[in-house]
Design a protein around this ligand. Structure first.
Ligand SMILES: C[S@@+](CC[C@H](N)C(=O)[O-])C[C@H]1O[C@@H](n2cnc3c(N)ncnc32)[C@H](O)[C@@H]1O
Length: 325
């Protein structure tokens, strides 16, 4: 796009929401992407409509012909790539069916890091087919290596009743990282957003845990995070509460405005999410074991964060929200 035209667009674009860290535009993503500075974004995340014929409050046509859907996706992906910094990360959330084709398009422009399978059942079993049970999260980087990469570590999976480990680590217990287990490319711990307390509207909101994981992995405080399909604003909330700058758009921003009216519930939710990562055992599991009279093997090395002491927890959690993980 011609530079003069970009200037004109920027002049007419007024954010519908501004915070000290972020800007939200109630605009079409193609216009906003075209108006952003090239190579300015550290982390770009997109969760577009899946072309499943859903009714959106923004009244978009979600039943395009396959070729039209794909060429629309390629236009905004091109826009995202343009604004991504060298070494910046791009994540694309979609059904495997679409990400297979969009991934091939991206692979000609960026470097594939991972196809992450996020184990969430999203439909009823379909006769004659395998039960669709994962979303695809594509992770690409501009150039050969990411500038920022610090994946979360996860706690050892434990029984929800007694807190006992679900697998036996045998003689390796003392070799395990006190900060937790390595994050793999299959994520089985992301909840669908069902709980009324966290559900911001229909079925479209993604889990804050998912966005916290992505934001923590590929950005630092002060980084710029972009999401062109704001929805209920999950990406912006994850960025805002962890000290990242953010920019995004959405055709109908009402749910985001309502959410940003008070971030207290999200702040509390995020602090809970954050006590359950980067530790070898969650405090909850340690308590369960204690109750069940099933002490932890002394071979494990625990980080300070996972000791059972609960005093001044709230203050710790608040601090945690503003430090890089
Ligand atoms: C799947 S939802 C995103 C949900 C979001 N990730 C969340 O966690 O709440 C997709 C959103 O894209 C918005 N959208 C669709 N077409 C758009 C466009 N051309 N420009 C901006 N937003 C658009 C829709 O209104 C819808 O809210």
């Amino acid at each position: 796009m011609h530079e003069k035209m970009v200037d004109d667009i920027l002049m007419t674009m007024i954010p519908i929401l501004e915070t000290p860290l972020g800007r939200l535009y109630q605009q079409d993503c193609l216009a906003v992407l075209a108006a952003l500075e090239p190579e300015s974004v550290d982390l770009a995340f997109a969760d577009p409509p899946f072309n499943l014929g859903k009714q959106y409050s923004s009244d978009i046509n979600d039943s395009l012909a396959q070729q039209d859907y794909l060429s629309w996706c390629k236009s905004w992906l091109d826009g995202m790539i343009r604004v991504l910094k060298p070494g910046g990360s791009l994540f694309l959330w979609n059904l495997p069916k679409w990400n297979l084709l969009l991934g091939a398009f991206l692979a000609e422009r960026l470097t594939l890091r991972h196809w992450i399978a996020v184990d969430i059942k999203y439909s009823l079993p379909i006769s004659g087919r395998l039960y669709p049970s994962h979303y695809s999260l594509l992770y690409f980087v501009k150039g050969s290596r990411p500038l920022i990469f610090h994946p979360d570590r996860l706690p050892v999976p434990c029984c929800r009743r007694c807190g006992g480990e679900l697998r036996d680590y045998g003689g390796y217990k003392n070799k395990m990282n006190p900060k937790g287990v390595n994050l793999s490319d299959v994520w089985t711990d992301i909840p669908p957003v069902r709980h009324a307390k966290y559900k911001k509207r229909d079925a479209n909101a993604l889990s804050l845990k998912l966005l916290d994981r992505i934001v923590s992995m590929a950005s630092d405080p002060e980084s710029l995070v972009l999401d062109p399909f704001g929805g209920s604003g999950t990406t912006f909330v994850a960025a805002e509460l962890t000290g990242r700058r953010w920019v995004g758009c959405e055709l109908d921003c009402s749910a985001i405005l309502q959410r940003f009216d008070s971030l207290d519930a999200d702040r509390l939710h995020l602090s809970q999410i954050r006590t359950r990562k980067n530790v070898l055992f969650t405090e909850q599991d340690l308590q369960r074991r204690k109750k069940a009279g099933n002490p932890l093997s002394s071979h494990y090395r625990l980080s300070n964060d996972s000791e059972i002491c609960t005093c001044n927890k709230e203050a710790d959690n608040q601090n945690d929200l503003f430090t890089s993980s």
